[in-house]
Design a protein around this ligand. Structure first.
Ligand code: ATP
Ligand code: MG
Length: 344
């Protein structure tokens, strides 16, 4: 039977089993001169241990802000987490002080950004940058600088960098984009984190390198037992590597389910629109036009009343224009914010 929950409702969490990460009713706002931007407007999400969660949605829907909020890296000002709870391994990340946070960042939770070049330091060799991470967080594994450098060579070998001893002495500008991204993964994985957050890690890469990087992340996940949050525009990637999918729209998670379930039974009209918009090989030659969801994501100044997708939704009803939908749970482990799925 379909049940409705209010944001932050504990019952939804209980249905989703034991979680590594639980986010409840998270609101992250930016106080800009142009006005208030509610980048996250009540996000509820959980991630099971050992799982890869794909976060998808059009540009500006809050994917990066969600990733940065988990690590408490929102620039303040203008941003601030104004409400909510982020529980990681049972600890409330929002209640930690800076020292406690530093022990978690890069150690228990790592992040890979879209642009590796902006994250690597151009004036240090890649070997010394990885060693630094190991020395900072993993003294018990490699106590001396020499041991840490040896461990960093092992990490470079693990992420498939050829001739790792020699490459450890290279500077970032001596490596290709794909190699730099491998180094970023080596750095992120050096501390064997429980959770890796990868924000568009392969968008800037060609498709072959992209496939290699994704395979690598998957292998490391198996080997180290890391759970992954993968932010991407690409539903093809999600279908390949994710066990769970969360679809974001205007700062909300509008649908969350197992990947197989979401691809076979997408419930939200937005999710269905995203799926229809994926170009397929050969469609053009069969004379099929490329589908695009009508309209664009509303800006925060023109946010519609009620469901924020109502101006673009092919299945809009009267109630959608007046009230934002709560979380409905039409199936076990499948949640959706759409009035079409309220109980009869
Ligand atoms: N520093 C900031 N100051 C003001 N607004 C911001 C800031 N960072 C993000 N935002 C706003 O928050 C909203 C969500 O942005 P976010 O970067 O999370 O989108 P996204 O889903 O990651 O998009 P993309 O797919 O393009 O990376 C956007 O409206 C954006 O303009
Ligand atoms: Mg982003």
């Amino acid at each position: 039977m379909t049940r409705a929950y209010t944001p932050g409702d504990q019952a939804v969490l209980e249905q989703q089993g034991a979680s590594l990460l639980e986010i409840r009713d998270l609101h992250t706002h930016f106080f800009t001169p142009e006005g208030l931007v509610k980048a996250l407007d009540g996000v509820d999400l959980s991630l099971k241990s050992g799982s890869t969660l794909g976060i998808v949605g059009e540009s500006g829907c809050g994917k990066t802000v969600l990733a940065l909020s988990i690590l408490r890296l929102i620039p303040d000002p203008p941003g601030r987490i104004v409400q909510g709870r982020i529980s990681f391994l049972g600890r409330d990340l929002l209640a930690l002080d800076e020292v406690e946070l530093r022990a978690i960042r890069g150690n228990k939770i790592s992040m890979i950004f879209q642009e590796p070049m902006t994250s690597l330091n151009p004036v240090f060799t890649i070997g010394s940058q990885i060693a630094e991470v190991i020395l900072l967080h993993q003294r018990q594994r490699a106590g001396t600088r020499k041991e840490a450098l040896a461990a960093s060579v092992d990490m470079l070998a693990m992420v498939g960098i050829p001739d790792p001893e020699k490459r450890a002495g290279d500077y970032p500008h001596q490596l290709s984009g794909g190699m730099c991204q491998r180094v970023m993964i080596a750095m992120a994985m050096a501390c064997r984190p429980r959770l890796l957050i990868a924000d568009e890690p392969t968008t800037a890469l060609d498709v072959t390198t992209q496939a290699q990087i994704l395979c690598l992340m998957n292998d490391l996940k198996e080997e180290i037992g890391t759970s992954i949050i993968l932010v991407t525009h690409d539903l093809g990637i999600v279908a390949q590597v994710c066990q769970e999918v969360a679809v974001m729209y205007t700062g909300h998670v509008v649908e969350h389910a197992a990947a197989g379930e979401i691809f076979s039974h997408p419930l939200h009209p937005y999710t269905r629109g995203l799926m229809r918009s994926v170009p397929t090989l050969g469609a053009r030659f069969r004379g099929e036009a490329l589908y695009a969801i009508p309209g664009t994501v509303p800006t925060f100044k023109e946010m519609p009343k009620g469901c924020t997708f109502n101006t673009r939704c092919p299945e809009v009803m009267d109630i959608c224009r007046s009230e934002y939908p709560p979380i409905f749970c039409p199936d076990r482990d499948h949640t959706v914010r759409c009035w079409r799925h309220r109980s009869a």
